[in-house]
Design a protein around this ligand. Structure first.
Ligand SMILES: *Cc1c(COP(=O)(O)O)cnc(C)c1O
Length: 387
């Protein structure tokens, strides 16, 4: 067929460049070790930072909710899909974020692509960090606002791009809180200063900080002391909270506006009862056991230090994400395979997810990894160096 021939050519080009991807299949439950292709491996790439996906209470909550409410939500949030469970989770998320209200979406991706186009459109300006997550990039594109990309983490460059602010109706600055492939933090205080001065709104996607960073685990904004200055606080339930779903927290007005204007909220089925209940209990466990946050951050710092001592270009260390930058895509895959032969699974991340020439192993630690697990990981990396 014509279609297959043309698509095959493109796939072959991807394969030749070392960029063709095939999903791996996990054959066991979530946890610090999983079975892949019949063999158990320490997994060092999941986003299950607090180890809550496998927590007995969280699993039981999901099972009980399916039993009590049914398998699906049966409709979009504005028709038959809003259960008391959804409202309860939104209340808890707002409380975590120090906000008046929160709006729940089916995923973080949908929260981003629904929220940005709801807030800005033609005649408006969006400033976006060069390393923002794809969901924010797609939200910016969908909005049809003028999009200007500032250098990663560079508030001064953002200021330059905001110099003609008065030409636009609204201005919105969007940034990851913790950058997903680099594990570093956005300079939120400087960005908030800038936006307050120039009359722009700040939106932070804290997919990787929520539940992990800050005294209460509220995230990057809490850690950096700007909670009350971030008008649009986005997050996901799929990472530290071990469930699924995305959210935006902010003022009651923002919440009501999004319920009326965010297309991915309006035109998609509400999150299933089981995942909503799981997230609710995950929030409770995370609040009750702050030791999980401490453990994951301690583990990540130790891993980053150990890898640097072995000569690896390991970045981060203040968040659960420890990227090990390798360079060429083929080389990243080679190192990833060598580690896998030694029982350690760290996925290689290649372009277009990261810029060309910066292919990496994206290692991430969870609260469920033991000291012995991390020792085994470092030993595997050492063997790869010595080869
Ligand atoms: C994972 C991620 C998302 C998407 O969240 P999902 O709930 O997985 O759809 C959005 N933003 C960032 C920064 C992420 O890392």
């Amino acid at each position: 067929m014509e279609l297959d021939r043309e698509l095959r050519e493109e796939l072959d080009r991807l394969a030749a460049a070392g960029l063709r991807r095939v999903p791996r299949r996990v054959e066991s439950a979530a946890g610090p070790r999983v079975t892949v292709e019949g063999r158990e491996r320490i997994v060092l790439g999941s986003n299950n930072y607090l180890g809550l996906a496998e927590h007995p209470e969280v699993r039981a909550a999901a099972a009980d909710a399916a039993e009590k409410w049914g398998a699906g939500a049966t409709g979009s949030r504005l028709t038959t899909g809003t259960l008391t469970l959804h409202a309860e989770l939104e209340r808890e998320l707002a409380a975590l974020k120090g906000a008046e209200e929160a709006v729940l979406f089916s995923s973080g991706y949908l929260a981003a692509v629904g929220t940005i186009p709801a807030l800005v459109g033609r005649g408006d300006l969006v400033l976006s960090d060069a390393l923002n997550h794809a969901s924010l990039i797609d939200g910016c594109r969908l909005s049809r606002a003028e999009v200007r990309v500032y250098r990663h983490g560079d508030a001064e460059h953002a200021a330059e791009l905001l110099a003609d602010r008065e030409r636009f109706r609204r201005a919105l600055l969007v940034t990851d809180g913790v950058f997903s492939m680099d594990g570093d933090l956005a300079p939120l205080p400087a960005l908030c200063d800038l936006c307050e001065e120039r009359g722009a709104w700040v939106m932070v996607d804290d997919a990787h900080g929520t539940g992990v960073l800050g005294k209460r685990g509220a995230g990057t904004a809490e850690l950096l002391g700007v909670e009350s200055r971030v008008a649009v606080q986005m997050g996901t339930l799929s990472k530290a909270l071990g469930a699924e779903g995305g959210f935006v927290a902010g003022s009651s007005t923002l919440a009501e506006y999004l319920r009326n204007r965010a297309r991915s909220f309006i035109f998609s089925t509400a999150p299933a009862p089981s995942t909503v209940a799981a997230a609710l209990v995950a929030l409770q466990v995370a609040a009750r056991e702050p030791g999980r946050r401490a453990r994951v951050l301690r583990g990540a710092a130790r891993l980053a230090e150990g890898l640097r001592a072995l000569g690896f270009d390991a970045r981060g260390g203040e968040t659960p994400i420890v990227p090990v930058v390798i360079g060429a895509a083929e080389e990243a895959i080679r190192v990833s395979r060598r580690l896998e032969e030694r029982g350690v699974w760290v996925p290689a991340i290649r372009p277009p997810t990261v810029p060309p020439g910066t292919a990496r192993l994206r290692a991430s630690v969870t609260a469920s990894h033991t000291e012995a697990d991390l020792d085994a990981v470092l030993a595997a990396f050492r063997e790869v160096v010595d080869e």
